[in-house]
Design a protein around this ligand. Structure first.
Ligand SMILES: Cc1ncc(COP(=O)(O)O)c(C=O)c1O
Length: 394
């Protein structure tokens, strides 16, 4: 049953549209040709449109980790304090990286099954009378737990505490999937990468920054030549966009991906992700009613529209492998839910529903999971496909 078009339904890298692949399928261009310069300028402008910012954007030849380091370097000096709000895996990772740079990373850990508790953040900020905390850093969506945070609420909490800290947000798993408007949400720094909602092969990362962050960069001692966002955001010469050779084929691919997003309309892209996510949740609710499967995040308002983390319980360890081998659908591994060498690790999986995804793909995955649950005799409630179809039917 496997032979046919396979579907990698993992939470990034996401499905690459044919149009993006086709745009990349060409020989090397002259990197100093005027068309390449124009392409770079168009991408920078359109990335800002997707991010919802009028301020600055720096493009890096890097994955998400690269953008983490870029953001940290441009705002911090060794010994500075940063308040990291973690919904586990990725929030903790960003904090760990900051410590390696000599930043004093204070971590508030909100566990792995829900959003940040903004009231706790308020308390910490109010207690910081000396304003030692330079920045508050959080993920919009933690791809491991699939928890989503309320970013405008965080901004409000910082302002209500009368605290001058900068707000830096990781939108690596949410940009182009979940509604995010950087300037309206009061975000000072935002990091993202191209391989999820932006539907382009991994290898490009973006850091967006507002005026307050730009001012911090002037005194930040962690900033290095390569990670400096200033020349990238406002290059005096073309090569400074990338600090060297342009990532030409990524630029071609990203241009096609952004064209697709604007042709559909950004609000429509967000609405599609929201509807498809609700279809998965309806199916999962149906399965949960008669078995051990359950979504990691209980509250719908705290769930990502781009990824859903699931715990499938003892006896489900073979499900992912069965689906790949027998249906051509590959789900994402559970991340950060059990130690790497613990067999319980395989009781978790994640469904990626980010980027180039439509209703038939979602229904196909739900049907495939239903088939796997049946074949492996994993107890589950009935009616998942009907429940999902009901959501998609409107
Ligand atoms: C929320 C989040 N932050 C950071 C990263 C790290 O990005 P990368 O794997 O591209 O380095 C990821 C990767 O999945 C992510 O989902």
């Amino acid at each position: 049953m496997r032979t046919g078009r396979e579907y990698l339904a993992i939470p990034g890298p996401s499905v690459i549209p044919e149009r993006v692949l086709a745009a990349m399928h060409q020989g090397s261009p002259d990197i100093y040709a005027p068309e390449i310069e124009a392409l770079a300028a168009s991408l920078q402008a359109d990335l800002k449109r997707v991010a919802g910012t009028k301020h600055d954007a720096a493009i890096y030849i890097a994955n998400g980790h690269g953008t983490w380091e870029a953001a940290l370097c441009n705002i911090f000096s060794p010994g500075d304090h940063g308040l990291f709000l973690a919904n586990r895996h990725f929030g903790l990772g960003w904090a760990g990286m900051a410590e390696r740079l000599g930043v004093k990373a204070e971590v508030l850990d909100f566990g792995r099954s829900g959003a940040i508790d903004v009231a706790r953040v308020s308390e910490v900020l109010k207690a910081d009378q000396a304003h030692k905390i330079k920045a508050v850093l959080a993920v919009h969506v933690d791809t491991a737990s699939s928890a989503k945070n309320d970013i405008p609420a965080l901004r409000k909490a910082i302002d209500a505490a009368g605290h001058p800290a900068l707000l830096a947000i990781d939108c690596i798993a949410s940009l182009g999937c979940d509604e995010f408007r950087m300037d309206d949400f009061g975000v000072d720094v935002m990091v993202a990468a191209c391989q999820k909602g932006l539907m382009t092969p991994p290898g490009m990362g973006f850091v967006f920054f507002g005026p307050k962050a730009a001012a911090m960069r002037e005194s930040a001692k962690c900033v290095t030549h390569y990670w400096d966002w200033k020349p990238r955001a406002d290059p005096q010469e073309f090569w400074q966009y990338w600090d060297g050779t342009a990532p030409t084929h990524h630029l071609f691919g990203l241009r096609a991906a952004l064209d697709m997003i604007f042709e559909e309309g950004l609000p429509q892209v967000w609405a599609r992700h929201a509807r498809l996510a609700r279809a998965y949740w309806a199916a999962l609710d149906a399965w949960s009613a008669g078995g051990p499967l359950k979504m990691n995040v209980a509250k719908p308002s705290e769930r990502s529209h781009a990824v859903t983390a699931v715990s499938a319980g003892p006896g489900s360890e073979g499900l992912r492998a069965w689906l790949t081998a027998n249906t051509g659908v590959t789900l994402g591994i559970g991340l950060g839910m059990a130690p790497a060498n613990d067999p319980a690790r395989d009781q978790f999986f994640r469904i990626g529903h980010m980027g180039h995804v439509n209703a038939q793909m979602v229904l196909g995955v739900i049907g495939a999971i239903e088939t796997g649950l049946t074949a492996l005799q994993i107890p589950h409630g009935k009616g998942a496909l009907e429940a999902a179809a009901g959501i998609l039917a409107g």
